[in-house]
Write a protein that binds this ligand. Structure first.
Ligand code: FES
Ligand SMILES: [Fe+2]
Length: 383
């Protein structure tokens, strides 16, 4: 297996109880979801001053808003009086540059979180409003995407965040793209099961017949040509089954393989675009760049046995405004594939509850799962 990506030894997977026990889940919330950069939305989802959205990660709740001066800021969505939630809605618009608690009307300046007024007749002499400001959450705007981090000390480091980082993201101009379609799905599985499924293609031919036809290398149960022990033998074989990429004649992930004449400006004239480029950021998102659009998938845990998937398809405005471009072609294809993965994840989850202490096993092609497990094990103690 020299030179191949594959694991040389089979290795133990995580204990099955880690996919449903609340102790591990709470540890993950603290050690991962509270420490890592979490993808929230495209900045155009909070387009105008005073627009806000809320982000729910299990029981954590964050409000992200654009203030009257066009600055995007994030706070813990918790009133400093007695802890009521400030904004309950998933999205909305503030009446003015204030966040007002619905319970007893404490008001906070939306730009800096400062407490502006309480509802008491008088403020006690030992009460210092400055000590009761909203708690700020770190926020980073990157290529038009809004990320937050509940750890105020955390540093942003693009290359270590995206294990498959590709400079192309800085060229596509994602900040100017528009959301053309959104889709949400609740999946009855632990959030780790989603990422495990994402990390291998052993399931591809039987779970994704359509995708395996479009991306022939997936039909061989591998993600990359170097996942096959004898890949060097096929270096000269032009068949995409051995070279990766899309099947002959296909341009993008769509029902008929066509990009309908719309190519992202920065990718026009490239002859060697591989069909898709993934950028993956555990634990909360991945994006896939295609020749005509970008798809971003957001993962959020609801509880130890349930997660939510929120997906946005981004297009250049010229593409969306082209009367001959039917976005259904790409939307329906990806929805089909993601639905198949959701079903597979639920299938996986249903089997983990039996009273056994025997963990599963990772096979050679599951090297990405091992990387994911190594990353998890550095942060959480799974026994
Ligand atoms: S809990 Fe918010 S004002 Fe009382
Ligand atoms: Fe899949």
């Amino acid at each position: 297996m020299a030179n191949s990506n594959n694991l040389e030894q089979s290795v133990q997977s995580l204990p099955l109880q880690s996919y449903y026990n609340s102790e591990n889940f709470n540890d993950e919330l603290k050690a991962i979801w509270q420490k890592e950069w979490i993808y929230t939305c495209h900045e155009k989802s909070i387009k105008d001053p005073l627009d806000f959205i809320t982000l729910k990660i299990s029981n954590y709740n964050i409000v992200i808003l654009r203030d009257k001066n066009n600055q995007i800021v994030a706070y813990l969505n918790t009133c400093r009086h007695r802890g009521s939630i400030l904004c309950e809605e998933e999205s909305g618009k503030l009446k003015n540059n204030l966040l007002v608690c619905k319970y007893h009307q404490w008001s906070y300046n939306a730009s800096n979180g400062n407490l502006v007024r309480t509802s008491s007749f008088e403020v006690p002499s030992n009460f210092n409003p400055e000590e009761h400001a909203l708690e700020k959450v770190q926020l980073k705007l990157w290529n038009g995407l809004v990320f937050v981090n509940l750890d105020n000390e955390a540093k942003w480091n693009t290359e270590s965040m995206f294990q498959d980082y590709d400079e192309i993201i800085n060229e596509v101009g994602l900040e100017d793209f528009e959301v053309g379609h959104s889709w949400e799905k609740t999946i009855n599985c632990n959030w780790k099961i989603f990422w495990e499924n994402y990390s291998e293609c052993l399931h591809c031919p039987n779970i994704h017949p359509e995708l395996s036809e479009l991306v022939p290398v997936y039909g061989r149960r591998i993600m990359d040509i170097k996942d096959s022990p004898d890949w060097e033998k096929f270096i000269e074989t032009p068949d995409p089954k051995y070279q990766g990429g899309l099947k002959k004649g296909a341009e993008t992930w769509s029902l008929d393989g066509s990009a309908q004449g719309n190519i992202i400006k920065a990718l026009q004239g490239t002859n060697d675009f591989p069909g898709h480029i993934y950028l993956t950021n555990w634990p909360s998102m991945f994006m896939a760049i295609f020749i005509d659009h970008v798809r971003i998938v957001r993962v959020t845990p609801i509880n130890e046995k349930t997660m939510s998937l929120s997906v946005d398809w981004f297009f250049e405005s010229e593409t969306l405004n082209d009367p001959n471009y039917d976005k259904k072609n790409v939307v329906d294809f990806a929805t089909l594939v993601m639905g198949q993965d959701g079903d597979a994840c639920e299938l996986n989850q249903k089997g983990v509850y039996n009273p056994t202490s025997k963990p599963g096993t990772l096979m050679p092609e599951e090297y990405e799962l091992k990387r994911f497990h190594d990353w998890l094990r550095q942060k959480v103690n799974y026994v």
